[in-house]
Design a protein around this ligand. Structure first.
Ligand SMILES: [Zn+2]
Length: 156
């Protein structure tokens, strides 16, 4: 499928070196719309919505921010979250007007094992654009992993 000019602009912004050193696409050559559709399909097959999962990540992010770089337990101690901030903001590659602060949020289980690492921008990209990033992107979140974490935490 050939991408229209608007999609090409977004694709350019997702490439390495534009907004982030590593970019958002990894080695994924599919059109952006196809990447989003495939991941949305996985989420819907689990009877969830990308908005639910994105808002879940936003909640982890906001809670982690409140910890001032300390670890904060959530969901009765099933997980803990911590945000480590770096200076600066990154604009949304979809040019929706949102900018996110740069931070890395780590989610651990009760045994202290890492369950997920994500950025505030990744939470925004999922909740607002349904974009989990391309295959091979270092910040890609596998929908299946996120669904598993969502069930683990919420019990839903
Ligand atoms: Zn956006």
């Amino acid at each position: 499928m050939k991408e229209n000019p608007a999609e090409q602009i977004i694709r350019d912004r997702l490439e390495p070196g534009q907004l982030s050193v590593e970019g958002f696409l990894g080695n994924d050559k599919r059109p952006i719309a196809d990447i989003i559709a495939a991941d949305t399909g996985v989420v819907e097959a689990a009877e969830l919505t990308v908005k639910q999962l994105g808002e879940f990540l936003e909640k982890l992010h906001v809670t982690a921010d409140g910890g001032w770089e300390g670890r904060v337990p959530m969901y009765d101690g099933k997980i803990s979250v911590r945000s480590d901030e770096t200076l600066g903001q990154i604009p949304c590659p979809f040019a929706c007007g949102t900018s996110c602060h740069k931070a890395v949020i780590t989610v651990k289980n009760a045994d202290g094992e890492n369950l997920l690492i994500f950025t505030p921008l990744a939470a925004h990209l999922i909740s607002t654009h349904g974009f989990f990033e391309g295959k091979g992107s270092p910040c890609r979140i596998e929908p299946k992993e996120l669904i598993k974490l969502f069930h683990h935490c919420t019990g839903e």
